[in-house]
Design a protein. Structure first.
Length: 226
């Protein structure tokens, strides 16, 4: 991915902060006809988050911290990490509304340069980030995650799945044009992961990874580093 495309992807998500959550409620950008599937699968993911995430949690590329209400009650501390000021502001608003602000620390930075202390976290939530990374960038991210997690710490990976429904309207990997509600357009890099791709992530990064959910639009997989 060239630097211009990387910057455009970042600019898109910063600008999308006010409408970011819409995709999980079936109101946002959709690549399959049945938007209700997005809402139904987001509910499934929220249940997995509530079951898996606990202890000292790192939410990487947290966005608006949409999943915080699912995990906050299980966590003694929460570190919200994102590159966007707009996203972090929305995330802190959600933490305050959930009564969890006292547990939360925000850190602004590039996830590929993740530096939040070694062996600090019991769990890392990585939601909808890997699908915007090339293989080389993905390797950089997982090396950082391995360093910041405690031995035996949990990784919960949630992202966009590849399905027959998506194949009808999308390429599996490449550049996409995204449009916000105000008409602004951005270029982003995006890839969709199938079960074989998830198995490759497991092998490439030394993860003991198992699939918790695989649907038409989203998947969740949990594991730890070997």
């Amino acid at each position: 991915m060239d630097s211009d495309l990387k910057q455009s992807t970042f600019d898109y998500y910063s600008a999308r902060a006010p409408e970011f959550d819409d995709v999980y409620t079936g109101l946002g950008p959709a690549s399959i006809a049945n938007r209700e599937v997005y809402r139904e699968e987001a509910i499934r993911l929220e249940g997995i988050v509530g079951r898996v995430c606990s202890g000292a949690l790192l939410d990487v590329a947290c966005g608006t911290a949409y999943w915080l209400t699912g995990y906050a009650g299980n966590c003694k501390s929460i570190t919200l990490f994102d590159q966007s000021e707009e996203m972090l502001a929305a995330a802190m608003k959600r933490a305050g509304e959930a009564g969890a602000a006292q547990k939360v620390t925000t850190v602004r930075g590039d996830a590929l340069e993740l530096d939040v202390g070694d062996s600090r976290f019991d769990c890392a939530l990585v939601a909808f980030l890997v699908s915007h990374l090339t293989d080389d960038q993905e390797t950089r991210l997982f090396l950082r995650l391995k360093r910041v997690l405690k031995p035996g710490g949990t990784v919960l990976l949630m992202d966009s799945s590849w399905s027959l429904e998506r194949e009808m309207v999308r390429a599996k990997e490449g550049e996409q044009e995204r449009t916000l509600s105000d008409g602004r357009t951005f270029r982003v890099y995006k890839k969709y992961l199938d079960r074989e791709d998830i198995a490759a992530v497991k092998k490439r990064h030394g993860l003991d990874l198992s699939i918790e959910h695989y649907g038409q639009v989203f998947f969740a997989a949990r594991g730890c580093f070997a």
